[in-house]
Design a protein around this ligand. Sequence first.
Ligand SMILES: [Zn+2]
Ligand SMILES: [Zn+2]
Length: 760
Amino acid sequence: MAKTAYEIRICGLVQGVGFRPFIYKLAYANNIVGTVENNNEGVLIVAEGEKVQIEKFISAIRTDAPVAATISDIIPQERKLNGFANFQITTSRSYSDEVTEVSPDIAVCDDCLRDMKKQPHRIDYPFINCTNCGPRFTIIRNLPYDRPKTTMAPFKMCPQCEKEYKNVLDRRFHAQPVACNTCGPHYTLHLGEEKITDLQQILKITAQLLADGKIVAIKGLGGFHLACDAQNEESVKLLRQQKNREGKPFAVMFGNKETLKEYHFLNSVEEKLLTGWRRPIVLLKTRKALAASISMGLNTVGAMLPYMPFHYLLFEHITVPALVMTSGNLSDEPILIDNEAALKDFAPITDAIITYNREIYNRTDDSVCMAVNNRERIIRRSRSYVPAPILLNLITEGIFAAGAELMNCFAIGKGKQATLSQHIGDLKNLETLEFYTESIGRFSHLFRFNPAMAVADLHPDYLSSRYAEETGLPLIHVQHHHAHIASCMAENYLDEKVIGISFDGTGLGTDGKIWGGEFLVCDLADFERTAHFEYIPMPGGDLVTKEPWRMAVAYLFRYFGESFLRENYISLFSGINHQSFEAVIFMLKQNLNCPETSSAGRLFDAVSALTGVCPLSSYHAEPPMRLESVAISDGNEFYPFSFEKDVISFKPAFIEILNDFLNQVEVGVISAKFHNTIVQVILKVVTDISAKSGLKKVALSGGSFQNKILLTKAENKLQEAGFEVFSHTLVPSNDGGIALGQLAIVAKRRSLNNKFNKLI
Ligand SMILES: [Zn+2]
Ligand SMILES: [Zn+2]
């Protein structure tokens, strides 16, 4: 048979995910000779062989590619025969930069789970992995991704593992963390002073402890978990106390999908998210309740399935349907990764601690997502998502984006990509701030990042803004809500004028006030604020986020005055200490410590508090989450509002909400009508802006769009009205995605200024 030759270009995220070994094996299997190399676009293959085999080869590239690879294009082009003798992985001459892509961690694959039961040297081996699965980012110290540069370095491969590692036809060919019972890391159970290293003993004892209602710390892939029986209310309550986590819901892990389905409703998108290689926590509607203290009254639970071999082994032994698997940290500190620290910190609050002797280098929390309008929406982007870059249509090289303050995540620009850090957390916490600076150092090193300029939030007191300032790099400050919309535009490849709706809790505006209910007309480079929610005072400043009833008082004070509040104290605020209530009225009257805000989050807080759903908040965004949770959301009824000039006022809505509430209309109905009101506001204002500007594309961003009812209805109603709607699927709509927007804004401004040969 005559041979033909093809040059095949593979575009997308195909570097650092085991792609070249995959191609090597595939070429071997199809009798193809030639070369494979990384290049600036992705991977370049030169393939020579029989035409039908080359066709088979190309189609298998698409169907069998490593799970962490994203192929955007395969472009084959016929070329002259070269007469290669074999197939080789080569280093490219044309490739200008080192390969700096790092694969995210991948849940253990089905093949490995089968091997775990039949390969003699890997029977029940809890660190089994192959080229298609296993730890990646969490163990990588440096590039190129070779074993000595990972935390597997201290473990010398046994001859058997080495043979597999070197055999091109083996699934463990070039699998850097390859290991077995003979040569790899192992677990230790710490029971007080006693240390148990026999795995079967560990599993048996742990299962018994959990069944007895005990709390066990278990080292995971990106950090420790604290685990207990998810059906045991006493244990869950105790864990909540020990962790000093008053009200925030706990995540749970089910042993398998079938059991999970008994407890939660699951549509096909949610099922795909749960069972995919990333294994995030997925927010699911409850069908049958576990212990009440898990969700603390919300109608959803964050659930996940096992992703480490150890999880599977543990569920073989335990009898309970699900375990609480919450981040192993105290209060709001970063998740613990270090064995010594865990032994010290967890000893007083747990009954046993399970460690293993491989270091976690890069800390990652479990990622959290949900499905809205049949698409994945990421709430916390960390394990198994990070550090896969976001591909952009902009040159981002050298830009460092510092992110925001709460739910911080930073980003670095390389080529036309943005690499976002894992979820860092609230920088106001000292340990978290250390995690932030350490991670910036590690990302810069790992990705060979040469910073040329920095971008930070407009708020000068955000610790991320201060950090950016201290770098000494040329620094650009960008407005918070513009950055939100820019992040949504960037991930959707939008580079034009759009209508941006940016709803969240807080962000400094260009007028020095706190924004958060914003309608912008913007492109990537700049924005104009075209409409916003009415400014309302926040009595006590930031304290209102912990005491949302203060916002309810502030709205009523603004709309109906002091005497109305006093007359209705008993019917509306009887749960609130009278002295505090009077103090707030005094502050409002005197305009003392009452910064003004147009925040959508504070509006939700006010309604949630006023209706008695959540007058006091114990964690971030609790009031809107509870309000959403109680809504009976099938109807379309809404409250009136006013929109004059560029200001949306909710006075007409508050009149009716009060009426409904005092007439004992069900809170679920009020909540639903309130959600519909916000959707109507969106529809009205967007229609108005569109009529004036001719714009038809709408971008939705900001933390408020984590509200499922709001996002679903806003998208649907806008689409029905003929608008093209863009929202987030790759990065969070909350502040965890804002670094992407910061990066995109500065990349765009730089490209414009380069054209005119000016400095920024
Ligand atoms: Zn595997
Ligand atoms: Zn071995």
